[in-house]
Design a protein around this ligand. Structure first.
Ligand code: NAP
Length: 320
């Protein structure tokens, strides 16, 4: 089969398309014919060798794939050959024509969701779901700011929050992104590349502040986020690419809090609940992953460059 293989940590050029043996499922494992693989920012940090999880070399990237079950190992009863599935982690990497996953790592992909959309489910939607339901414990009627709403996690958060009944504010840094965020359910949109947009957000709450902020770039925004919070408001740090200074008094005066998590660390029961919620949302049409770009597997290096550039528009998917 064809697969992207990383032999040494480094820039996007270390992602090489190679012929490798097609793996076979052992007991408890599932072989998935990957039709699309999701590209997540963490794939780039891992490829650089700067991420908290450093895989042994060589490795094939990718936790988020979608496709059909090609074969199952002994003892697998959850899925059968031909079933449409999405993966939440794999053992051998989703940037490939085939991937092995544990039975617990494959989940049914509702009929109305395409494979490219299925590749946008686990990390983006799992993160947004955990942030809103399990971390912030957001409730209908609250005000939410999705700070960075035009990318994979942001769009997921906007759709989930809208279905939950929150008043949703979303930011993007391009006209196209702002349009997307509004189309996917934000009540109001703001341009995070424009000076004064934070004051505009505060104004839109009538000066009361925002109950929940989902933060995609904490190293830039966390200090200002705290000044935007309503009393007992909460910031959930989802993304950060460096250090930041905050004024703790901003939290003290608002009785506020900061939460943070990495999706790999959530509990088994939270993960189970998350998949149940996501599958129901995809079935009932409230969750509709947006794929902004599909690229051939060989163009993984380009995908890794573009995922880090401004002007996000939903998800980038690789098609083997
Ligand atoms: P993505 O698809 O590349 O989107 C990035 C988002 O950040 C876009 O909406 C982008 O908007 C926005 N952004 C750019 N500059 C910003 C600014 N100054 N203020 C606010 N937002 C800004 O990435 P993603 O998959 O949504 O992931 C977002 C971040 O969360 C990444 O850092 C990722 O590593 C992290 N993450 C963490 C977890 C976890 O478990 N904690 C899980 C998934 C992702 P424009 O391009 O429109 O400017």
């Amino acid at each position: 089969m064809k697969a992207i293989v990383v032999h040494e940590f480094g820039g996007p050029e270390v992602l090489r398309l190679e012929d490798v043996p097609t793996p076979r499922p052992l007991p408890g494992q599932v072989l998935v014919r990957i039709r699309a693989a999701g590209v997540n920012p963490y794939d780039t940090y891992m490829r650089n060798g700067t991420y908290a999880i450093k895989p042994p070399l060589p490795y094939t990237p990718g936790s988020d794939g979608a496709g059909e079950v090609e074969a199952i190992g002994d003892g697998v009863s959850k899925v059968k050959r031909g079933d449409r599935v999405y993966t939440a982690r794999t053992l051998t990497g989703a940037y490939a024509e085939y991937a092995i996953a544990l039975e617990t790592q494959v989940h049914p992909l509702p009929a109305k969701i395409t494979y490219a959309q299925g590749a946008a489910v686990w990390v983006p939607y799992g993160t947004a779901y955990h942030a809103l339901y399990q971390s912030a414990r957001a409730r209908a009627g609250q005000t939410l700011l999705v700070h960075g709403a035009s990318g994979g996690v942001g769009i997921a958060a906007v759709q989930i929050a809208r279905a939950m009944g929150l008043a949703v504010f979303g930011t993007a840094g391009s006209g196209k992104g702002l349009e997307l965020v509004r189309r996917e359910g934000a009540h109001q949109v703001f341009d995070h590349s424009q000076p004064g947009y934070l004051q505009e957000i505060l104004k839109a709450t009538g000066g009361r502040g925002v109950d929940v902020i989902l933060e995609m770039l904490a190293n830039v925004n966390l200090g200002q986020d705290l000044k935007l919070l309503a009393t007992r408001g909460c910031v959930v740090v989802i993304g950060s690419r460096g250090d930041v200074t905050i004024s703790p008094r901003d939290l003290m005066t608002r009785l506020g809090s900061i939460q943070a998590f990495a999706i790999w660390g959530i509990t088994e029961s939270d993960e189970k609940e998350t998949h149940a919620g996501l599958i129901a949302g995809m079935e009932n049409g409230t969750l509709r992953p947006v794929v902004g770009k599909e690229l051939p597997l060989a163009e993984a290096p380009r995908a890794h460059k573009e995922i880090l550039e401004p002007g996000a528009y939903g998800k980038i998917a690789l098609v083997p």
